[in-house]
Design a protein around this ligand. Structure first.
Ligand code: PLP
Length: 449
């Protein structure tokens, strides 16, 4: 076709059999919009002397466009990188069994804010609070949208227009633009920095505490380490000193681990229980880092402060939704029942034995019939345990162009995310969920051709 006048009208296109199918699947108005978009592209192309497609071709293009428009953009992927808490890949995957309960609670009505005993309005904060108290020994708890929100809320409720002391060694930035100084500014608290980038002494705290202070903030160095000429007083010394001056201590722990990481060959990460035993008045953690649950910010600590925090209007703005509360409750129950290592995916990954990992990697090699097994390292990631690694067995595949191979892996359904080491593409069994293994192997075979 050479002439624009031969282009079918939208009305004509709508009378086709294909259009009837589009309308049944995608609805009339989206179908019309797709025709419009395709015809407009054709007209633009004509101006640039492109050929004009015939009706059949136009219908095909429209079908593809409708498919593209309605495809979900948030899709599952296979994480073969060995980074357990991969922030770009959704941090902690959640235990599939936990969704059964969540499904009931969210597809039906629930007692989210209803007191069944008294038959009147209740509080949504109670659902996870009791479990958090039981597990950590804290007096009170509150769940909000995420940990950045938790820190903002705590600072706003407890320190607005007042001074907050923090060591320069802890003025952290974590991924996604969370910077402690910026969050403090947002909260209306006035930052009082003490010490230097590498060294802070108890006397620096002592000096700052001579003036009126709302609270002392401690922020966990989640994603970096200061090595060499550095000092920092112990947490309990800081807490003791602050309390002598009648000043509370807030500890932004970040990762929020409830188990002893040393048992898995990792460095010691301060647990929530330890932070509370040290005397911190309020502790803030994420739900989807080492806790292994849904995105959430958890504030735990003394009732005196939690009361103020719960009452602040910002608590309403940052509140957690029922899906989060339900999944978080299910996750916490695994800890309470001592089955976290078996049920929580990230803990299954972290506690996987070298023999198990080697067996899986070897199984992969057998199935795909190529590659070799090499020793490697998995990382915990997600702004926790910086520099710490876990020994693993990698399936290493030699290909002509590793970057292009990675790209092809990403176009699979589901996409596979892997990495390159020593010019070979490597796959770490630690982070490939057993339920995904079959699809993973199909994708890998596809790309290998
Ligand atoms: C991860 C982290 C945060 C932010 O937590 P989100 O749940 O991602 O909002 C805040 N502080 C510290 C120390 C962290 O490690």
């Amino acid at each position: 076709m050479k002439d624009l006048r031969a282009l079918p009208s939208i009305d004509k296109l709508l009378q086709s059999e294909a259009a009837a199918e589009f309308i049944a699947e995608y609805g009339r108005s989206l179908t019309v919009e797709a025709f419009r978009s395709i015809l407009s592209d054709v007209r633009k192309g004509y101006e640039q002397r492109a050929d004009i497609p015939n009706e059949k071709e136009i219908l095909e293009k429209t079908g593809s466009l409708l498919e593209e428009w309605t495809l979900p953009t948030l899709i599952p992927v296979i994480n073969a990188t060995g980074v357990v808490l991969h922030t770009n890949l959704g941090r902690a995957p959640i235990c599939v069994e936990d969704f059964e309960w969540t499904q009931n609670v969210t597809t039906e009505y629930s007692n989210l804010e209803y007191d069944l005993d008294r038959g009147r309005r209740g509080s949504r904060t109670v659902h996870a609070e009791e479990l958090l108290k039981k597990i950590t020994g804290a007096e009170a708890a509150l769940v909000v949208n995420n940990n950045a929100g938790a820190v903002l809320l705590v600072l706003t409720a407890l320190a607005r227009r007042r001074r907050v002391v923090i060591s320069r060694t802890q003025l952290i930035e974590i991924g996604g633009g969370f910077r402690v100084p910026d969050v403090m500014k947002q909260s209306g608290a006035h930052l009082q920095e003490i010490g230097t980038t590498n060294r802070v002494h108890l006397r620096d705290y002592e000096e700052a505490l001579q003036e009126p202070i709302a609270l002392v903030l401690m922020a966990h160095q989640s994603n970096f380490k200061i090595v060499g000429f550095s000092t920092e007083p112990k947490a309990d010394e800081i807490v003791q000193l602050a309390h002598q001056h009648g000043v509370p201590v807030v500890n932004d722990l970040g990762s929020g681990v409830l188990l002893n990481t040393e048992e898995f060959g990792l460095s010691h990460e301060v647990t929530v229980q330890e932070a509370l035993q040290t005397g911190a008045d309020v502790v803030c953690i994420s739900g989807d880092k080492l806790l292994g649950g849904p995105q959430a910010g958890i504030i735990i600590g003394k009732d005196e402060y939690l009361k103020k925090i719960k009452k602040h209007p910002l608590a309403r703005a940052l509140r957690a939704d029922k899906i989060c509360l339900s999944l978080l409750t299910a996750t916490l129950l695994h800890y309470l029942q001592g089955e976290a290592l078996q049920k929580i995916p990230i803990w299954r990954m972290i506690s996987a034995t070298p023999a198990e990992l080697q067996r899986r990697a070897e199984h992969w090699r057998e199935i795909i019939g190529t590659g070799r097994i090499v020793p490697g390292k998995s990382a915990v990631g997600g702004g926790s345990l910086p520099g710490d690694t876990l020994p693993t067995s990698l399936l290493s595949v030699s290909v002509k162009n590793p970057e292009r191979f990675l790209k092809k892996l990403r176009t699979q359904n589901p996409p596979v995310i892997a990495r390159v080491e020593n010019d070979e593409v490597v796959f770490d069994p630690r982070t490939v969920l057993p339920e995904q293994e079959e699809k993973f192997l199909v994708a890998l075979q596809n790309v290998l051709g």
